[in-house]
Design a protein around this ligand. Sequence first.
Ligand code: SF4
Length: 241
Amino acid sequence: MMKLGEKEAEKLAEKFETKKPQEVLEWALGTFHPRISLASSFGAEGVTLIDMLSKIDPKFRVFTLDTGRLNQETYDLIDKIRTKYSVQVEVFYPDTESVEKMVSVHGMNLFYDSVDLRRLCCRTRKVEPLMRVLSGLDAWITGLRRGQSITRTDVKKIEIDEAHGNMVKVNPIADWSNERVWNYIRKNEVPYHALHDKGHTSIGCEPCTRAIQPGDDIRAGRWWWESPETKECGLHVHKKE
Ligand code: SF4
């Protein structure tokens, strides 16, 4: 297993802070491939990174977590991406028994009942499958951006992921704005999620994501019934709890 020390990661983060995402990706693939993969829910950031990766090394890896509650438009886009980039999108599902038990006890739409139940659903459908994927990797790539929410302002381009066994987490577009992402998509004719044209800025599970109003925070459409501080699903946590 290839690991980086805290100090080494800090130095690399400093070095790459002013570099282009493609340079970060080249370093990451050169260092960790094939034990590195992009995590994508097929939002604007994910497809941007897929396009960049495909131009660096067509053998790049990408995975997604199918929670069982995704939008049809997400499945349509996954197939479009598979065809355009000739890439096998690795799809991971939650543990069947855990989902069966959860919905039998708490109901199909438990996430609306309390923050705790919403977190239970995210843990069962996303966090546990993610742990399974990450246990087979040394590093993962994400489309996290500092501008996405108040929970993401200190994201570095390269960091040690303490919550996931001190593996390496690479966030090549941490410093990009939403506008920059969309300029890239348009310029490179990257296929994007159909719900973006209907006012969705953040792509997630169908019952937990909705369109936002002009001027709203970019992740306002996620778990819109909760306060901003609770709006993470547990996939991106910095420290072990
Ligand atoms: Fe469950 Fe909603 Fe979390 Fe998806 S986003 S895993 S449906 S609580």
